[in-house]
Design a protein around this ligand. Structure first.
Ligand code: HEM
Length: 485
């Protein structure tokens, strides 16, 4: 009996040893396999692949150990196995541009399957062709310049002023919380005509926080896991949207009925034949894209600026000049022209988006095989465009890990924008909310910089999980400044 047990144990050890040796040899062959012209990389275990290493949290202002290590070993284009799929990672800004230029011809959009379940099967992020075009044009109408310069600007101005004026001297505040209050309230008003203080707004805020956590976890759908909780939160959010639609169908009209301006939900219900399910997925994506990203961007502004007093004083001077000239004209409100003419503010925002990397990467699926330089990219493989690697590439930006807003100034009146700068992506999927994001960042900054100086109350830094987070909520201590306003 004991003999049989010992021999079966040694057989198991031998088999495991052989499996390990075969795996290491295969991995080595893959690294050296230049003849097939696949980008080099590690052969990985199926399903899990290198996803754990890729998702390992790292400073948002770096490319992370995973990418750094593979770029050194294999170059800026390398193979991997991520989110259950064979993947080509592109940390090369030139290749990223090639992909975005040829997106219609060579690619379909792609998300990890676990992300697809979170955003919903009707999400704009999963659509291609005419359906995508139609949804996109709806968003672009909603975010057109005319609406930005009127309703969005005045709402943002009023809300930012209310929030900043509610702070007291020497308060410690969570920058993330305050920025979320700002961006969420703008979005729920414009999408659903909900107002700050409505119980649904508080509920949506809580559920969105839980949903967001799932983008950084391993997707295990077992009661109690982060992923499971996120799916429950998704169901709650959809329920709120459906209740709102049903209330409108029963009682007629939206909450701001009587006003000439309709909200996004009202517009979708009147002008499209989308099902409730499709409208809900559309709204879920819009609300997520339109508030999480902006609160992260504003928090990054606050974080980077406290490291650079010179930028704060140049910025403050620019905003003071705007206020002085508006007072001279008898108007104290920030106008669209002010927003457009604040050049140094634009440089600070570009630098914040470059170094903070809110959306670090995007995934596309090759719809046919194609060649790029020395490589063959096989049909069906996932191509991961690593925007952050382009933004932190020393060949593109000198001293890339340093916050330097002046790098964008070519000469007075001209801002230099390199092709590798893609915080909002490019091409047919370029973010339709880019100008709104810049507008909200500018308006919040305007009210903040005229009223307060700030410093960190506790050490906190942005990390990529890969979703951008400040683990402590970015606590800052504020001190009033006297500008006479
Ligand atoms: C700083 C803030 C923001 C950043 C950094 C950002 C970044 C991005 C990026 C990189 C993409 C392309 C993703 C891909 O290719 O898969 C994207 C898409 C998108 N963004 Fe934004 N975004 C921001 C704010 C907003 C806002 C305010 C809205 C709307 C109110 C918005 C709505 C969208 C939508 C609907 C898409 C999908 C577009 C499509 O598939 O055609 N974003 N965003």
């Amino acid at each position: 009996m004991e003999m049989a047990l010992a021999s079966s144990l040694s057989m198991t050890i031998l088999a495991s040893g052989l499996f390990l040796i075969a795996f290491l040899i295969l991995q080595r062959i893959a690294v050296l396999n230049v003849s097939r012209k696949l980008p080099p990389g590690n052969i990985c275990l199926p399903l899990i692949g290198e996803t754990f290493f890729f998702l390992k949290r790292h400073p948002a202002t770096s490319v992370g150990e995973f990418t750094e290590h593979r770029m050194t070993r294999f170059g800026k284009i390398f193979s991997s196995h991520l989110f259950g799929k064979r993947s080509i990672v592109c940390a090369d800004p030139e290749f990223n541009q090639f992909v975005l230029k040829n997106e219609v011809k060579l690619f379909q959009h792609s998300l990890p399957p676990s992300f697809e379940k979170l955003v919903g099967k009707h999400s704009i992020l999963l659509m291609d062709g005419d359906v995508h075009k139609h949804m996109r044009s709806t968003v672009l109408d909603f975010l057109c310049v005319e609406r930005l310069r009127t309703v969005f600007l005045s709402d943002a101005d009023r809300l930012a002023s209310e929030i900043v004026n509610s702070w007291n001297e020497k308060d410690v505040i969570s920058a993330i919380q305050e920025a979320t209050k700002f961006s969420l309230n703008i979005m729920v008003k414009k999408l659903l005509s909900m107002n700050p203080g409505d119980p649904e707004v508080e509920r949506l805020s809580i559920e969105y926080n839980s949903l967001t956590r799932a983008f950084s976890c391993f997707p295990v759908y077992i009661p109690g896991t982060t992923y499971w909780k996120a799916m429950q939160s998704r169901n709650h959010i959809i329920k709120i949207f459906k209740q709102e639609m049903e209330a409108r169908m029963r009682g007629g009209g939206c909450r701001n009925a009587g006003n000439e301006e309709d909200d996004f939900l009202g517009w979708l219900m009147k002008n499209t034949d989308y099902s409730q399910e499709k409208i809900s997925d559309f709204l879920l994506g819009q609300l997520f894209a339109g508030h999480k990203t902006i609160s992260q961007a504003i928090s990054l502004l606050i974080y980077f600026l406290q490291t650079c007093p010179k930028a704060v004083s140049e910025l403050r001077e620019e905003h003071l000049q705007v206020v002085r000239s508006n007072q001279h004209l008898g108007d104290s409100k920030l106008s669209w022209d002010d927003f457009k003419r604040m050049e140094f503010t634009r440089c600070v925002i570009n630098e914040t988006l470059r170094l903070g990397n809110i959306v670090r990467f995007a995934m596309k699926k090759a719809s046919k095989s194609f060649e790029y330089k020395d490589y063959v990219i096989p049909k069906g493989s996932t191509v991961l465009l690593h925007y952050a690697a382009g933004h932190l590439d020393p060949c593109q930006y000198a001293d890339p890990e340093h916050f330097n807003p002046w790098r964008w100034q070519l000469q007075p009146g001209i801002i230099k924008v390199p092709d590798s700068f893609m915080p909002f992506s490019k091409g047919i999927r370029m973010c339709p909310g880019a100008e709104l994001a810049r507008l909200e960042m500018t308006v919040f900054l305007h009210h903040l910089i005229l009223k307060f100086d700030w410093q960190m109350a506790e050490d906190d830094h942005p990390v990529a999980t890969p979703i951008l987070e400040f683990p402590k909520g970015l606590p800052i201590k504020i001190r009033a400044v006297s500008n006479g306003f």
